[in-house]
Design a protein around this ligand. Structure first.
Ligand SMILES: Cc1cc2nc3c(=O)[nH]c(=O)nc-3n(C[C@H](O)[C@H](O)[C@H](O)COP(=O)(O)OP(=O)(O)OC[C@H]3O[C@@H](n4cnc5c(N)ncnc54)[C@H](O)[C@@H]3O)c2cc1C
Length: 398
């Protein structure tokens, strides 16, 4: 039986990767914390994520945030004392002629920031993925330190370690209100109880706007559906350490899993429906459309003809929160003391979780963050016309 505390320093709302990581880092920093999750840990987007970890982004604040996280993934299993399924397999991103100049600039920028990445010619791709067809592709980037992990295991590893260190982990407990004293956070209503606190961190993913509305904040985040498919390519040369690849012109990504399947997602169709359809995050997740599955089949075979006889293993969808510029809204909100949010990383933010939790703990401890430009990720960017703009013509990268 879980017991609900009357008073803590911080209530973290949402037991996905960001909430669980925030709770873990906050307790390590000396705070008394309650992590409140309406379902089970990892039951939101974090439980169905592709789990890809990379630093190939188009703007400096995001590259720095991803790099900070990437530097933590190697040691995370040992730190948390539990498996997170991390594999460093490297990543290959390929673009056509129209995006080649942008890629050269971006790789130089990423290298300056410290990312282990290099430009490669299409003829060199064979070295990384034997039998990979490069028709229509002009240039590639290989990121050596990229990898993947198991997102459900990661959320649960953060939460379990946090609980061992003293966090009150409250599952099947819904937050229904946030109490303010003027403009200052005073407490949270959760599962019929009141929990007094000085800080609230909104990590509620696709539900984050509902939480933000409890303090009068209109969060520009919309739920959007992402689909993935797992196939067995029946090719022993494709293994758990084969590189993740991204075919930018066809907006498709593919990574291996521990058993040597190909997990693929993206596609043009999804890119269109993300902006035109608004799913209900509380509705049961639908299965991906036949059109999505057909597109993935074609895009996998286009690049990896040896996968033609692939066996479909499973396919699924998940709902994440998406901002208009596809980047997180992260940090405090001017005018509401004690309220922070980490939400809206639409299809992109699993990899960042070791660093977002660390940043939340540092901000609440010191009022600043030494390695992250919080202002760049602030909600104020939408009023101040400082939106993130993707560099590539075909933007699935961010
Ligand atoms: C199919 C798919 C593939 C993806 N692939 C990748 C990838 O390869 N790499 C990558 O980096 N990212 C990827 N992402 C994105 C990434 O998984 C998400 O951005 C990330 O997991 C979001 O984590 P979160 O903690 O913000 O949200 P969630 O995991 O959704 O957690 C939010 C939690 O809040 C809880 N909650 C909501 N309302 C309340 C309430 N009132 N009270 C209490 N609890 C509440 C929910 O139950 C939920 O568990 C993918 C996402 C999807 C869907």
């Amino acid at each position: 039986m879980q017991s609900v505390p009357n008073k803590v320093d911080v209530v973290v709302i949402g037991g996905g990767v960001h909430g669980a990581s925030a709770a873990y880092h906050l307790v390590k920093a000396g705070f008394e914390v309650a992590l409140v999750e309406k379902g089970s840990i990892g039951s939101g987007a974090s439980g169905v994520s592709g789990g890809i970890i990379r630093c190939h982004y188009t703007n400096e604040p995001m590259i720095r945030l991803a790099l900070r996280a990437a530097q933590r993934w190697q040691g995370l299993e040992a730190e948390l004392g539990r498996p997170v399924g991390y594999v460093q397999n490297g990543m290959l991103l390929m673009v056509d002629e129209d995006d080649a100049g942008v890629m050269e600039e971006l790789v130089a920028r990423q290298q300056r920031i410290g990312v282990d990445t290099e430009i490669i010619e299409p003829a060199q791709v064979e070295r990384y993925i034997p039998g990979f067809r490069t028709d229509g592709l002009a240039l590639g980037a290989f990121e050596r330190q990229a990898g993947y992990a198991d997102p459900y295991a990661t959320a649960n590893a953060f939460a379990a370690r946090a609980q061992e260190l003293g966090v009150h982990v409250l599952v099947e407990t819904e937050v229904t209100g946030i109490e303010l004293d003027g403009s200052r956070v005073r407490g949270v209503k959760a599962g019929g109880h009141s929990i007094q606190c000085r800080y609230v961190v909104n990590c509620a993913g696709a539900w984050a706007p509902r939480i933000a509305a409890m303090v009068g904040v209109d969060l520009p985040i919309k739920p959007g559906t992402l689909s993935m498919i797992a196939v067995n390519p029946r090719n022993p040369a494709w293994t758990r350490t084969s590189p993740t690849w991204v075919d930018m012109p066809h907006m498709t990504y593919c990574r291996p899993d521990a058993s040597g399947l190909m997990l693929a997602g993206g596609g043009r169709l999804e890119n269109e429906t993300l902006t035109t359809e608004t799913p209900d995050p509380d509705a049961p997740a639908p299965r991906p459309s036949d059109l999505f599955e057909a597109e993935m089949h074609d895009n996998l075979v286009r690049r990896c003809p040896w996968a033609e006889g692939m066996q479909r293993v499973r396919a699924w969808t998940g709902i994440d929160g998406h901002t208009p510029d596809h980047h997180l809204i992260f940090g405090p909100v001017p005018g509401i003391d004690g309220y922070l949010q980490v939400a809206g990383g639409g299809g992109n933010s699993f990899k960042l979780s070791p660093a977002t939790g660390e940043a939340v703990a540092e901000y609440i401890s010191t009022g600043t963050c030494t390695y992250l430009d919080l202002n760049a990720f602030s909600i104020t960017r939408f009023q101040e016309n400082r939106l993130f703009r993707g560099g590539y013509r075909m933007n699935i990268v961010g």
